[in-house]
Design a protein around this ligand. Structure first.
Ligand code: SF4
Ligand code: SF4
Length: 361
């Protein structure tokens, strides 16, 4: 297992982290096996939250941890709002430790965070007071945040100096947070990259993405993980794994990947930029055309079409198209033409929807 510095914390984190949010809620034995095997393979970061897996995430993770948390980086998480008090937040930290069966959390994340919530965090008698107190008492080690605010706002959050890490989505199909990740690297803030395989989307075949990796990649998931880890400012790729096979495949990728040089990384990024702009030339997903009276999900259909045409993910796109409600699919269009009047790019939506039907239907 490779280990990377977690910002300025002095912690060494395994390049692969286990997201514990996809366990089967009815199979504690499997969750235990996954956590056990991950620890044995050198994985030392475990992302948990009380609400995940229908409220069972931390009980399931506890089966595998068996009280172990020192020497590992176990992360708890809770959101905040205007009513959050220091006492209430501390009670939640204690509850999460109890549920996990541990007496220490190396990380505690302020979950579902945004710049707008900074005042709830830093107010008198707010969550930060609870986090600082817990850290001083040796109950938690470090503080991070996670959420889905804009990259610009998250950059401002890390520039406050409050946080030791940020957890943001980053993968071949979504590099929106790349500037935040770069800034985190400059400031010595750790980066936990979540959704490295785009919630499973990048588990489907895409020859284009596999060829992007220097020397090629065995599978798209292999390519996806390599791409994330190729970014030197990413501390760890946190993947939600729910089978032992998935864990073993990701371990194999991580253990066999030794980075790419700066030039190769720039080349991969530039090709992904080109793929992205090919899609955007077709439809920017702005949503101005929504409200089709027939219910057709125009940007959603075009997104699937892009995945098939630009990234070669035709199998995935066809499966998603088939799973769409009938009135949302491209073939529900009755060609009234109203949406075309709203499209700022003057796209021939009716013609393109017919093309979607031909390709994915
Ligand atoms: S042309 Fe088709 S997609 Fe556009 S508004 Fe009319 S029915 Fe809906
Ligand atoms: S208005 Fe045009 S660009 Fe925007 S989502 Fe609809 S089709 Fe795409």
């Amino acid at each position: 297992m490779q280990y990377r510095d977690l910002g300025k914390t002095g912690l060494k984190v395994s390049a692969l982290a286990l997201g514990c949010m996809r366990f089967d809620p009815n199979n504690p034995e499997l969750a235990e096996q996954i956590v056990d095997e991950a620890i044995a393979a050198g994985v030392n970061y475990f992302e948990t939250a009380r609400g995940y897996v229908a409220g069972k995430c931390q009980q399931l993770t506890a089966h595998g941890l068996k009280g172990r948390s020192r020497g590992l980086i176990v992360s708890g998480k809770a959101g905040i709002n205007a009513e959050t008090t220091a006492a209430g937040y501390r009670a939640e930290i204690d509850l999460q430790m109890q549920t996990l069966g541990v007496d220490y959390l190396e990380f505690y994340q302020v979950g579902w965070f945004s710049l707008a919530k900074m005042e709830f965090l830093t107010k008198k008698d707010g969550a930060l007071e609870a986090l600082d107190k817990a850290r001083n008492e040796g109950i938690i080690g470090h503080i991070g945040f996670t959420g889905h605010d804009s990259p610009e706002n998250f950059t401002k959050c890390i520039e406050t100096g409050i946080f030791d890490s940020c957890t943001v989505p980053y993968n071949m199909l979504n590099r929106a947070y790349a500037p935040t990740i770069k800034r985190a690297g400059e400031l010595g803030v750790g980066v936990i990259a979540m959704c490295p395989v785009a919630g499973g989307m990048l588990a489907s075949p895409s020859p284009q993405l596999q060829q992007l990796i220097p020397g090629g990649a065995k599978t798209t998931a292999d390519a996806a993980l390599r791409f994330v880890l190729a970014n030197q400012d990413v501390t760890t790729a946190c993947s939600g794994m729910n089978t032992v096979e998935m864990l073993r495949e990701n371990l194999e990728t991580t253990n066999n990947f030794h980075g790419v040089n700066a030039e190769d990384f720039r080349r991969m990024d530039a090709i992904l930029d080109e793929f992205h702009s090919l899609g955007e030339r077709f439809c920017t997903m702005c949503g101005y055309c929504n409200e089709c009276q027939e219910g057709v999900d125009i940007p959603g259909n075009f997104h699937l079409y892009n995945l098939a045409k630009v990234y070669g993910m035709t199998d995935w796109a066809r499966a998603q198209y088939a799973a769409k409600e009938a009135d949302k699919r491209a073939d529900a269009c009755i060609r009234c033409g109203k949406c075309e009047l709203k499209c700022p790019h003057k796209l021939q939506i009716m013609e393109q929807l017919a093309e979607v039907t031909k390709t994915l239907g």
